[in-house]
Design a protein around this ligand. Structure first.
Ligand SMILES: [Zn+2]
Ligand SMILES: [Zn+2]
Length: 362
């Protein structure tokens, strides 16, 4: 898509960053995962099996989907998604900072996964895998919305969980946990650049009911239509695997990406950028604050409520698919878009990465 107001070409591509295959505790192989991703229009998936890079030699474009391989390091708690690695980094739950540092030293890209996971008393005997050692530093990003983890921690009530599972799945994904958003803002406001991703944590686990009936909970196809991360590129995603791999990982590394709860409405073609004269800064980027700057937001559906967040605080809101906002000073500016259904309250839908407007002297 070309933004005609500024001549800024932007292309957005949906993907899912946290997926388990049969190399660990997921049920599908790469072909099946790619086929299911293709069937719902994803452009890429990143398979992050537990403590392994076994699928690395299978990285390729499969069924038109770019399939990349990372690993989810640490098993007992403090799960860390590590991408862009040639070799596996050892787990270290006692000191996850060591894992973060090793991934960085290896040139990898690391995201803290489900930092405050709560678990559910009726699932896996109440097991949860939160982060236990704070603070940690020098990680690239934070998973602010994880579909599977959110389901587990949504409500301890069995009745409500079953109701939502069978009759109202959208209702289960109310919003990213407030404490994760606060953590994310806190790092960014204090000068630690941390980018956000959202994911499915898909396993497509098969359960046996009454010892006979096999039921797959949250198939890959279903879950790939829920919480996705979109990358933003200034040119089209390449059909050449090596080039596409670089494009995807660079966009994630630079925070040029956003999260969408696609079950409400697909997030493709969301745009958020800063402009001054004819130069633009995209999500994840920084520029010196200038009174002539404008922050532009374009939502991909007319039923949008756009919220501008500065340093973790709501500073403006507009019920419209587009919003041009004049920032009043330096700060960390990010955008939340709510989707306004025909009936009921607006629902949290899209979360941008920040644009950093800095003081001239810094
Ligand atoms: Zn995990
Ligand atoms: Zn996982």
């Amino acid at each position: 898509m070309n933004d005609h107001q500024t001549g800024c070409p932007m292309f957005t591509y949906p993907g899912n960053i946290h997926v388990h295959s049969s190399y660990s505790d997921g049920s599908g192989d790469f072909d099946q995962i790619a086929a299911d991703a293709a069937s719902v229009g994803l452009s890429f998936v990143i398979i992050t099996d537990h403590e392994t890079l076994a699928g690395l030699s299978e990285e390729s474009i499969l069924n038109g989907v770019v399939v990349l391989v990372g690993s989810e390091i640490n098993r007992l708690h403090s799960h860390y998604l590590a991408l862009d690695l040639d070799y596996l980094i050892e787990s270290n739950e006692n000191n996850p900072q060591v894992v973060i540092d090793r991934v960085r030293e290896a040139g990898g890209l690391g995201f803290i996964s489900h930092p405050f996971e709560k678990g559910h008393p009726y699932i896996e005997k109440g097991k949860a895998y939160p982060w236990k050692h704070w603070p940690v530093f020098c990680f690239n990003g934070l998973e602010i919305w994880n579909y599977t983890s959110h389901w587990r921690g949504r409500d301890p009530s069995l009745f409500k969980t079953l109701y939502r599972f069978f009759f109202n799945r959208k209702a289960a994904m109310d919003a990213p946990p407030r404490e994760i958003l606060q953590l994310w803002d806190c790092y960014n406001i204090s000068g630690h650049r941390v980018f956000a991703i959202g994911s499915s944590d898909a396993h497509a686990t098969v359960y046996k009911l009454f010892g006979l009936l096999k039921v797959k909970v949250f198939t890959y196809r279903y879950i790939f239509k829920t919480i996705n991360t979109y990358i933003v590129l200034d040119e089209e995603l390449s059909a050449d695997f090596d080039t596409a791999r670089k494009q995807i990982l660079s966009a994630l590394r630079e925070g040029c990406c956003y999260i969408s709860f696609d079950s409400l409405s697909p997030g493709r073609n969301f745009a958020y950028y800063a402009s001054l004269d004819r130069s633009n800064v995209l999500m994840g980027g920084e520029t010196i604050f200038h009174p002539g700057l404008t922050l532009h937001v374009r939502a991909p559906h007319k039923r949008a409520v756009i919220r501008m967040i500065r340093n973790g605080q709501l500073v403006a809101q507009k019920t419209s698919p587009s919003f041009e906002y004049k920032p009043s000073g330096p700060g960390v500016y990010r955008v939340e878009v709510y989707y306004k259904p025909l009936i009921g309250n607006p629902r949290p839908w899209i979360y941008s990465n920040p644009i950093y407007l800095i003081h001239a002297e810094t």
